[in-house]
Design a protein around this ligand. Sequence first.
Ligand code: CMP
Length: 139
Amino acid sequence: PVSPWGDASVLIAQPSSKQLIKDAIMDNDFLKNLDSSQVRELVDSMYPREYPKGSYVIREGGAGAHLYVSAEGEYEVIKEDKVLGRMGPGKAFGELAILYNCTRTASIRVVNDAKVWVLDRRVFQQIMMRTGLQRLEDN
Ligand code: CMP
């Protein structure tokens, strides 16, 4: 099968999904300055997850364990019970708690059934650290 969503055994991103993830990372103000090898590793480490209509991907105030890229569906950004905005596919979110070790600054709720790409915080940190050490060795 071409779609990772159709078959649970296919848990890696196909080329078109990889491009969507990469574009989403490069479009995010906090992630766009990563170098290309880091972006490639992030893309290769993401796995798919589905969220039913009305459920929360992120809860404001919670601890952050994952970074996400929206693949399908519509999402609401909610802060103190106010809807701040909406986003669709191709957006990276949940980066703030991962990068700055803060609690989640907003909730993300799915309006309809949604599909996201997920990256575990620990993997994110490993990728950042490995590339940092590589740079030290190269200097
Ligand atoms: P994080 O704080 O980890 O979890 C909630 C996410 O919502 C946050 O990262 C951002 O990715 C996103 N977010 C927070 N505030 C806004 C906003 N005002 N508009 C759009 N997205 C936001």
